[in-house]
Design a protein. Sequence first.
Length: 605
Amino acid sequence: MKRPLRRLALAGAVVLVGAAVAVAASSAGQSKTHVATGGTLNVGWEQSFGFTDNFDPTGEYLGDAFGIYDNLLIRTLVGYTHQAGAAGNKPVPDLASSWTMTNGGKTYTFHLRHGIKFAPPVNREIHSQDILTAMKRLANPKDGAEYSFYYSVIKGFDAGHGNTISGISTPDPYTIVFNLTKPTGDFLMRMAMPATGPIPAEVGNCFAGQPGKYGRDLVSSGPYMIAGSDKVNISSCSAIKPASGFDGQTILDLVRNPNYDQASDPYRKNYVDEVKFTVDASSDDIYNKIEAGQLDMATSSIPPQVLRKYATTSSLKQYFHQNSGDRTWYITMNLTQPPFDDIHVRQALNWVMDKAALVQGWGGPTIGSVANHIVPDSMFNNQLADYRPYGTPGNHGSVAKAMAAMKGSKYDTSHNGTCSAPQCKNVLLLADTRAVDTKMLPVIEADAKKIGITFTVRTVNGAYPTIQTPSKNIPIAERPGWGKDYADALTFFTPLFDGRTIIPKGNTNYSLVGITPAQCKTLGVTGNCTGVPSVNAQLDKCSALSAQQPRLSCYENLDKYLMTKVVPWVPYLSSYVTRITSSNVTHYQFDQFSTTPAYSMISVK
């Protein structure tokens, strides 16, 4: 997380030690200043891009990457309004001018707009076949799709392995038809995901079976393109070299797509001429540059002194923006790895953890609230706001309750309420290098030690790819966060807990809920693969419901079941998205779908 967002979430929050600063989250999601056109929007990016699939849209699952795709590079059949709040979660036409749903909700027919072109170097009109090319890449396991499970509802999607999909037809260049195996009420939202955006076969097929390779050669269908795309030679696959504006490591430079027609796109405004993302390992340096006007905003943790300054200085508050993140941050435990293959250990860790201290490490109440369960309360209409299965006074944890839970564990060999077996010592804990990680680690280690668990910490700059590889057999990790893929609770449960979605790389079911012994053998998972709890049946039951309240109630019960009967996580933070902008920014807007800045709607001097 992406949202992660949704998806895998990157460091879009704040870091503060000491007293929290009370700042209300913005409900409007935009500044009330004037709009200018032209100029360059300069965005700092802390540590590394951290892309989960090297920015290849077929597999990329980082929430902040979704914001770049959605606002700047990729138009999908269905899009969003690029606004904050509920309005920003409403599907609207994008590449498609219209659609119809027939056959009892099992057939969707989309009609594409005429005259919309790919950016250079392709320079031709986008047709229905280009959507089909993208769907075939999604259906081919060798192309690294990380959320292809959303499209298994399409007839033949899984059977053809990307060569054919019987449930998709393109009767003419401007029509594409999807036939589903069952009514799917959120199908429009699924078709707004970036991986479904058009891909020209003459470029995309050059990277067949090479996950992550298309990212640096992405051909834009949106208002911007990677700088230097117009110089790329696509006369043959061997001639294709990445555009100069993206090196995959330190710079992503986007410039206007000369083939983009604003008249075909009522929801993007595209005020700036250029958007430049630059990696900088120092968050202090990033915010010094923002204050100096050398950068305009950042995807980065915010140093404590910077947060205090902008949150308390009246003249600077106009540059401080907070919005609902629709995301949960959590410690993930691998159900196949000792000692976390024992539910009593997992319950004990939930009881002992000082969640308030973890939240304080991120910045305290300014950046969000303590998470007591899996799905953000806002996505349940606050119906589980009082649900605290491991609630303790002040959210500081309880050693007594943790020890009581541990007494049921096979790893309590001393029978004293601690994890005393050898498997409890020097357990591998994977961490990242962000400022928030360094503040959380001492809390996690100290609290776990109270119940006998000690860690060997491995720190990785950009830890997601390691956690997402089941064969790495990571027992526990503090890096993960998850934001909605779209505004339905299904997008928290299916990617994170469906055993059928576990894949060799890019896997998002880090806890391996529902994994079978056969899957363990195929995926190289070692440990205890027998009797791993599954929620597949509950997932199928909930996803089939269409009426809002029964659907919500089903997912609420699933949340409770996971937190008490499966216990894959220690959730600790429901966060806002916080951004600080420079004085160069004359208009700021937030995109609720991607939970990132609405880059195309931001203007600078």
